[in-house]
Design a protein around this ligand. Structure first.
Ligand SMILES: [Zn+2]
Length: 225
């Protein structure tokens, strides 16, 4: 499990990025989440590559959403990914957090900005006080995409993500984490860290691009004890 060192020093904050093997062993993901502390309930969503942000509620069936927000303590929110970017947004001052599933469709459509807006308007956390960590994601080494992907980003945000795109041997590649970081910076979230390898060519992670429909998943979670 990968963790962001500065966040491990924040009292009560729990987070982590599980790899594929930890996901396989975890029996509903509860065991690794509770291995070092008292286990906390985990809330996940039915992810649909959209932009909807939902307040997590352990007492109801998983909502259809790609960003789960948490205010207060006692449970965790998580996203599952296999190449898409898992993005954890935290407000240490407000003890609030959002777990975001950001594939290219969701990122292009604005799920990251929607999560930042939710933290600001619903949970009182100003964007420039937020901290973001982006976990293992398919990298620009492996993520060849069609021009419709670039058009989807440019259609909404113009040249904002320009540094995230590259062309090699007349093929188009995108650095999804760089694009996510630029989109966050575009709404004043400038404290962003990247954690872990490319899911497709790094060891230990599930990759939809590499393994196809049979790919596993990995879980990333955040919350307050
Ligand atoms: Zn790679």
């Amino acid at each position: 499990m990968l963790t962001h060192a500065p966040w491990t020093a924040i009292a009560g904050l729990r987070h982590g990025f599980l790899d594929r093997a930890e996901y396989m062993r975890s029996e509903g993901w509860q065991r690794p989440l509770g291995s070092r502390d008292a286990p906390l309930p985990l809330v996940t969503a039915r992810q649909v590559h959209g932009t909807r942000v939902v307040a997590a509620d352990p007492g109801v069936p998983p909502p259809e959403a790609d960003a789960l927000a948490i205010a207060g303590s006692g449970f965790l929110v998580g996203v599952v990914t296999a190449d898409c970017a898992p993005v954890l947004l935290v407000s240490p001052a407000r003890r609030a957090a959002v777990a975001v599933h950001a594939g290219w469709r969701g990122a292009a459509a604005g799920v990251l900005e929607a999560a930042v807006e939710y933290l600001h308007t619903e949970l009182g956390a100003a964007p420039d006080t937020l901290e973001a960590v982006i976990g293992p994601t398919i990298g620009p080494c492996c993520y060849e995409v069609g021009d419709e992907v670039r058009k989807a980003f440019e259609g909404r945000t113009g040249r904002l993500t320009a540094p995230a795109w590259s062309v090699r041997a007349r093929r188009l590649y995108v650095d999804l984490r760089a694009a996510a970081r630029l989109l966050l910076a575009g709404v004043a979230v400038t404290t962003t860290s990247l954690l872990g390898p490319c899911t497709a060519c790094g060891a230990g992670y599930s990759s939809y691009r590499r393994d196809g429909a049979g790919a596993g998943r990995q879980l990333s979670f955040v919350g307050w004890a």
